[in-house]
Write a protein that binds this ligand. Structure first.
Ligand code: IFM
Length: 458
């Protein structure tokens, strides 16, 4: 940006929106796809809100041309979506399913036809069930399985896709899936969690190596979700709880990638459950990446809680602060803080904000062709201002993806939490852009000027 106080974002800043395969596609077993762990998890009654599943979701698998048209009408320049590993390799490895790949082939072509740049995530939580049967993320061989799958995807789509993310939010994969059991595959084990995390990171590094080995054009990175952690009070117990939470959520996946080692705090948190990992693993894990994807939603205010091992910390709500429907605190200043923190701790790596957005209790019906969602409009305004402020302070933020393009299957919360810019009527599959979609479209059209010129401070 020539004028560092300009209301506009830099030339070439990429404006997008994001989804993931299991959350929007539906038809999870169509055209020879193999089941995923989320297929199994949702078909086990009681695991999700009202035992809802992704069987239909937004039917994006069949309605993608309409969805791409809506993206174009909003003015989106990029669409971040994930590949369902089991559509492409029904058993997770070995045999490739051309019909599954065909879907992504058509989607990419449809996007490019409308001038929308695809960003592809290789793993957004839907591990092929056949691999889970062999230990899934607990099996060290998964690094090779993932790199092979990545290689198939790079080869098939790499002529048209130039932005690749390996994993989405490894912290959630492990915290939800292996430690607290609220996500697939539903394990609860303090001993499994560090193993799963480590194998995710090894798989990430192996996929980056496969990308480099294939000499593909474009960039590859990792997507993590970050939350500044603040103590609920100034008591030493709460301060220590916030520090542990910070190491567990924010350092666990970035220190190994950028510094080649885990923080000492994790050994203290996991105690006897923390294994010694082979030193050579870190050479793979720290394979240089081209960008870091940051997903940001909220900050965490933490209090000491001995009842919640192993981190011994839990979230508290702060009276008087605004919360979304999840409930997550709305804290745009923490968004700015976290971006600045990444640069301070890991250097000025190119950053894409790969997810940011909010669930609010929107009216669940459309009135006169309109869905009014003023809280979401405000959320986007303030968070985009925070993003602009980070750029003004010299951070290399290259693009922003709203979460989410449309209301979708919010994992264990099913369809009860709506994050979309576009409203989806799950009975009829009718799509209606919300007021927030119009607002975001205006921000894109004006390169940020529509945000106004007030400022967010860290
Ligand atoms: O819906 C999820 C997404 O899959 C990963 N990041 C957070 C979103 C909202 O919870």
């Amino acid at each position: 940006m020539s004028d560092s106080r300009s209301a506009r974002f830099p030339e070439g800043f990429l404006w997008g929106a994001a989804t993931s395969a299991y959350q929007v596609e539906g038809s999870p077993l169509a055209d020879g796809a193999g089941p995923s762990i989320w297929q199994r998890f949702t078909h086990t009654p009681g695991n999700t809100f009202e035992s809802q599943t992704g069987d239909v979701a937004c039917d994006h698998y069949r309605r993608y041309p309409e969805d791409v048209r809506l993206m174009r009408e909003m003015g989106l320049q990029a669409y971040r979506f994930s590949l369902a590993w089991g559509r492409i390799l029904p058993e997770g490895r070995g045999r490739v399913n051309p019909a599954g790949l065909g879907f992504y082939d058509r989607l990419v072509d449809e996007l490019l036809k409308d001038g929308i740049r695809p960003m592809v995530t290789l793993y957004h939580w839907d591990l092929p069930a056949a691999l889970d049967d062999q230990g899934g993320w607990l099996n060290r061989d998964i690094a090779g399985w993932f790199a092979d799958y990545a290689g198939v995807a790079f080869k098939a789509l790499g002529d048209r896709v130039d932005l690749w993310a390996t994993l989405n939010e490894p912290w959630v994969v492990v915290d939800g899936g292996y430690l607290y059991g609220v996500h697939a595959p539903g394990h609860r084990s303090r001993f499994e969690a560090p193993l799963a995390s480590h194998n995710l990171l090894r798989a990430h590094g192996a996929a980056v190596r496969a990308f480099r080995a294939g000499a593909h054009a474009g960039q590859v990175g990792l997507v993590v979700n970050l939350e500044p952690k603040d103590p609920a009070t100034s008591s030493p117990e709460d301060v220590a709880a916030a520090e542990r939470s910070d190491a567990y959520m924010n350092h666990q996946y970035l220190d190994p990638v950028f510094k080649g080692a885990y923080p000492q705090a994790l050994r203290d948190i996991f105690g006897e459950a923390w294994p010694e990992f082979p030193a050579a693993d870190f050479d793979v894990i720290r394979e240089p990446i081209d960008f870091l994807g940051i997903n940001y939603y909220t900050r965490g205010v933490m209090k000491h809680d001995p009842e919640r091992p192993p981190v011994r910390a839990s979230h508290v709500q702060v009276p008087g602060r605004p919360y979304t429907a999840i409930p997550w605190e709305v804290s745009p200043e923490s968004f700015l803080r976290v971006i600045l923190w990444v640069r301070e701790r890991y250097g000025n790596i190119p950053i894409y904000v790969t997810e940011n957005g909010a669930a609010f209790a929107d009216p669940d019906h459309v009135r006169d062709g309109r869905v009014e969602d003023p809280q979401r409009v405000e959320y986007y305004r303030e968070h985009l201002m925070a993003c602009r402020e980070a750029i003004r302070r010299g951070v290399d933020v290259r693009g922003y993806f709203a979460w989410s393009l449309m209301d979708n299957f919010e994992w264990s919360a099913g369809y009860s939490k709506r994050f979309g810019l576009i409203h989806v009527d799950f009975e009829t599959q009718a799509r209606t852009p919300k007021d927030s979609a119009r607002f975001y479209g205006e921000v894109i059209r004006t390169h940020g000027e529509a945000l106004g010129d007030s400022q967010i401070e860290a």
